[in-house]
Design a binder for this molecule. Sequence first.
Ligand SMILES: CC(C)(COP(=O)(O)OP(=O)(O)OC[C@H]1O[C@@H](n2cnc3c(N)ncnc32)[C@H](O)[C@@H]1OP(=O)(O)O)[C@@H](O)C(=O)NCCC(=O)NCCS
Length: 166
Amino acid sequence: MSREDQQNVGPDSGSGKLPVGYTFRAADTEDLHGIVAVLEPFVQNEVLLRRSEAEISNLIGTGFVAVHQADAEAHVVGFCSVEIYSKKLAEILSLAVAGQHQGHGIGGLLVQKCIALAKAKGVMEVMAISSSEQFLHSLGFDYTLPHQKRALFYPLRDRAEFNDLK
Ligand SMILES: CC(C)(COP(=O)(O)OP(=O)(O)OC[C@H]1O[C@@H](n2cnc3c(N)ncnc32)[C@H](O)[C@@H]1OP(=O)(O)O)[C@@H](O)C(=O)NCCC(=O)NCCS
């Protein structure tokens, strides 16, 4: 997939104001280890699914990072990607903000960037699966038909097995 749309999602896309001290940009392959470090505590706590480095590398192509600048060091402190399945549907994946950086609007901004990218690609709807329903509601996500529709999943293969085969 071309990275042009991803790069064109500007620094302030979908946001009112940027949290001070943080920059937001398209994720890059060089961010891989920083992204893995952000995701890992949530994977350990079973809040997020474990993904292989190859899978995360794929997500980087349609993902965004939040970077915190402290002294001379810049660290990835947040990540979010959007997997575009078709013109009808895209999904928010691997969203995480490192614990001490939460509550500054970073997660919301990363999601908005993913939404902006899906919109630029002409996608009709973006879905997200989360235990933080309130967080998604605050960003404008809702059930397609309120109180009537829920997404149900029928597992065909174990996820660990899928990662091995990929
Ligand atoms: C969910 C997560 C990404 C939010 O990141 P964040 O940078 O703290 O989020 P923001 O500061 O942008 O918060 C946006 C809104 O969601 C709310 N919110 C944030 N985390 C929340 C949570 N866990 N439960 C309920 N509401 C939450 C905030 O209060 C805020 O609402 P407001 O704008 O009305 O004040 C972060 O808590 C995280 O990394 N969680 C673990 C990983 C995870 O659950 N990923 C899947 C999420 S879909």
